[in-house]
Ligand binder design. Structure first.
Ligand SMILES: Nc1ncnc2c1ncn2[C@@H]1O[C@H](C[S@+](CC[C@H]([NH3+])C(=O)[O-])CC(=O)[O-])[C@@H](O)[C@H]1O
Ligand SMILES: O=C(O)C(=O)Cc1ccccc1
Length: 280
C-alpha cells in the first residue's frame, strides 16, 4: 500500500489544521483561560495596606488566590453544581450573586439539567464582570446545550429578584455590610420557589474562644502549606479586616430563620469555612 503513508499524513495535517482553526476561534477564551497568575499581591512589604478591593489586579490572580486561601473551595464550587440540579425548577431563574469569575455558574452549567432555566450571574466589580463574560463565552464555545447564562454588573442589594429556584451566595454575604444582610436574605426568600434553595457559603467565626483560636491557627497553617509567607498572610489579613465580616453559624441560622427560611442544613465544613443549604 504505497499510498497509505501519504494518506495518513494528509489526514493528520487536515486534523491539525482543523484543530488550530478551532482554537483560533476562541481568541479571548483560551488565552484568558490559561492566563491565571500566581497570587503575589501581598508578597512585598507595603507602607500602608489599603482595604481589599476586587480590582483588575485581584482579577488576574483570583483563581489562585481563592484556591490557596479558602479550604474546600473547589469541592464547594463543584458540588453547588450537583446540589443545584436537585433544586433548579423549570421556568425559573438561577442567581449566582457575587459571581466573581463565574466559577459557580460554570459548575451549574456542567451539572444542572433542568429545562427552561437560565442563570443570572451578578457582580458589582467591573473587572470581575468583564473577565467572567470571557470565561462563559469560552465555555459556550467548548460545550453544547449549556443553560443560558448572562452576567450583569450590578449591586446585589439593588436587584429586583425574579421568580427563582436556586440562589448561590458563595462567599459573598460576608462582604455585604452586616446591617444590610437581613433584608437581602428576606428578598431572596420572597422570590424563592417552594422546592428551591439558597446555598450560602461563608467564612465562620466561633463564639467559643478556644475553637476560634484553633480553627484560625489551622487556617493559617493551610495558607502556609499553600506557599503564603507570614508577610503575605499578615498584609492580606489587614486588607480584608474592614471589608469582610464573618458571622457565627448561630447568627447565620437565626438570621435565615428570621428571613423566612424553615430549615438550614450544613452540608460542608472545612476548618472555618462552611456552606449551608437554606430551604423555604
Ligand atoms: N454588593 C455587591 N453586589 C454585587 N457583588 C458584590 C457585592 N459585594 C461584593 N460583591 C462581589 O462578591 C464577590 C466576592 S468573592 C465570591 C466568589 C465567587 N462567588 C466564587 O464562587 O468564585 C469572595 C471572596 O473573594 O472571598 C466579589 O467578586 C465582589 O466583587
Ligand atoms: O479569610 C481569608 O483569610 C481569606 O483570605 C479569604 C479571601 C479569599 C479571597 C479573597 C478575599 C478573601
Amino acid at each position: 500500500m504505497p499510498n497509505a503513508g501519504r494518506w495518513y499524513s494528509a489526514f493528520w495535517l487536515r486534523h491539525a489544521e482543523l484543530f488550530f482553526a478551532t482554537i483560533r476561534g476562541f481568541p479571548t477564551s483560551l488565552k484568558t483561560a490559561v492566563s491565571h497568575q500566581p497570587d503575589q499581591l501581598f508578597a512585598q512589604p507595603l507602607a500602608q495596606v489599603p482595604d481589599f478591593v476586587f480590582n483588575e489586579a485581584v482579577v488576574r490572580v483570583f483563581p489562585d488566590m481563592i484556591k490557596r486561601s479558602v479550604p474546600g473551595y473547589p469541592t464547594i464550587v463543584e458540588n453547588i453544581g450537583v446540589l443545584g440540579n436537585r433544586f433548579a425548577q423549570p421556568d425559573t431563574l438561577i442567581y449566582d450573586l457575587g459571581c466573581s469569575l463565574g466559577a459557580v455558574t460554570q459548575a451549574l452549567r456542567r451539572h444542572v439539567r433542568t429545562e427552561r432555566c437560565r442563570i443570572l450571574a451578578v457582580d458589582n466589580s467591573a473587572a470581575m464582570v468583564s473577565r467572567c463574560r470571557e470565561y462563559l463565552h469560552a465555555q459556550d464555545a467548548m460545550f453544547q446545550e449549556l443553560l443560558p447564562a448572562e452576567v450583569q454588573e450590578a449591586d446585589i442589594l439593588k436587584l429586583a429578584f425574579q421568580p427563582t429556584s436556586l440562589v448561590a451566595l458563595n462567599f459573598t454575604l460576608q462582604f455585604i455590610a452586616p446591617e444590610q444582610r437581613p433584608e437581602l436574605l428576606s428578598r431572596i426568600r420572597q422570590a424563592l420557589h417552594p422546592q428551591g434553595a439558597l446555598i450560602l457559603s461563608e467564612k465562620l467565626c466561633f463564639e467559643d474562644e478556644a475553637e476560634q483560636q484553633l480553627l484560625t491557627e489551622l487556617h493559617l497553617d493551610f495558607k502556609r502549606a499553600n506557599g503564603y509567607s507570614e508577610l503575605e498572610i499578615a498584609q492580606k489579613r489587614s486588607a480584608i479586616e474592614n471589608v469582610m465580616k464573618p458571622d457565627s453559624l448561630d447568627t447565620h441560622r437565626q438570621r435565615l430563620r428570621q428571613a423566612g427560611f424553615s430549615r438550614v442544613v450544613l452540608w460542608f465544613q472545612c476548618l472555618n469555612f462552611a456552606s449551608l443549604i437554606a430551604l423555604p
